[in-house]
Design a protein around this ligand. Structure first.
Ligand SMILES: N[C@@H](CCC(=O)N[C@@H](CS)C(=O)NCC(=O)O)C(=O)O
Length: 251
């Protein structure tokens, strides 16, 4: 039985696993689930709601990008994803941060941006296995998909503003990992593979891209991953909302 990887097209933790499989030279069959169906399908197949999930050729099932990379390392030790000048402990900690802290940010921002610009979802079908739907169909489908995704990813105004406010600090953390040699070494490690796809997805938001452009995090990301093929035009996220004008004292 061939190894099967269950993904949703465009999902960044799925890209983490795909790249790891490629680096290890493991052949696999990719099963692409339609967006928003994974909570149901994955729960039935794996027990949890999320992609990625993998069924190895020995029949063992593993869910979650970090757990999959570890299981992969056990089966195919070279090239190692946990070796590098900064040491395994630092790589594991950066990988944990990338998963538990950083990974959810583009998810929330993207679904908010799609809510403001539904037609922008059309371009994100690029590269998917399923046939490309016409733009009016994508926009019509968005009325079913967006409420599910917003609920699944806890998207609300306050959260979006908090994510945008946190973003420069989070990108500083990535730049620090790079400066410390935890990320961006000679060969990609598990933390590189966890963090770069998150930045790649953020880069697909034209409102957010200027925050990344010119940083070490930008060059780092596109060393191992392609530039995004689609983007959400600027104006979909509240990045330039002017602060309320100060009330001038009466003269
Ligand atoms: N942090 C986990 C979870 C991944 C995750 O949340 N995947 C999203 C797609 S990017 C998902 O399937 N969400 C469905 C849900 O939250 O029910 C991982 O790295 O595998």
């Amino acid at each position: 039985m061939a190894t099967r990887l269950y993904v949703v097209h465009g999902s960044h933790p799925c890209q983490t696993v795909e790249k790891a499989l490629d680096l290890k030279g493991v052949a696999y069959k990719k099963v692409e689930l339609p967006a928003s169906t994974q909570p149901l399908v994955m729960k039935l197949l794996f027990g949890g709601r999320t992609v990625p999930g993998i069924k190895f050729d020995d029949g063992v099932k593993v869910q979650g990008s970090r757990a999959i990379l570890r299981a992969l390392e056990d089966r195919v030790p070279t090239p190692s994803l946990y070796e590098g000048s900064a040491g395994a402990e630092a790589i594991l900690e950066a990988e944990r941060w990338g998963d538990e802290v950083f990974q959810s940010i583009p998810r929330r921002l993207l679904w908010e941006a799609f809510t403001k610009d539904r037609a922008a979802m059309y371009g994100f079908q690029e590269g998917a296995r399923s046939p490309k739907l016409p733009k009016p169909v994508v926009v019509a489908a968005s009325y079913a998909v967006l409420p599910i995704e917003r609920k699944m990813n806890d998207v609300d105004d306050a959260g979006v503003r908090a994510d945008l406010a946190a973003l420069p600090g989070l990108l500083d953390q990535v730049d620090t990992y790079i400066a410390d040699g935890v990320l961006d070494g000679e060969q990609p490690n598990a933390a590189d593979l966890q963090i770069a796809p998150t930045i790649r997805l953020l880069y697909a938001l034209d409102d957010v891209r200027p925050l990344i452009a010119g940083r070490p995090a930008e060059a780092f990301t596109f060393r191992w991953f392609d530039r995004p093929v689609a983007s959400v035009p600027a104006g979909a996220l509240p990045v330039h909302t002017a602060a309320p004008a100060a009330t001038l004292p009466a003269t």
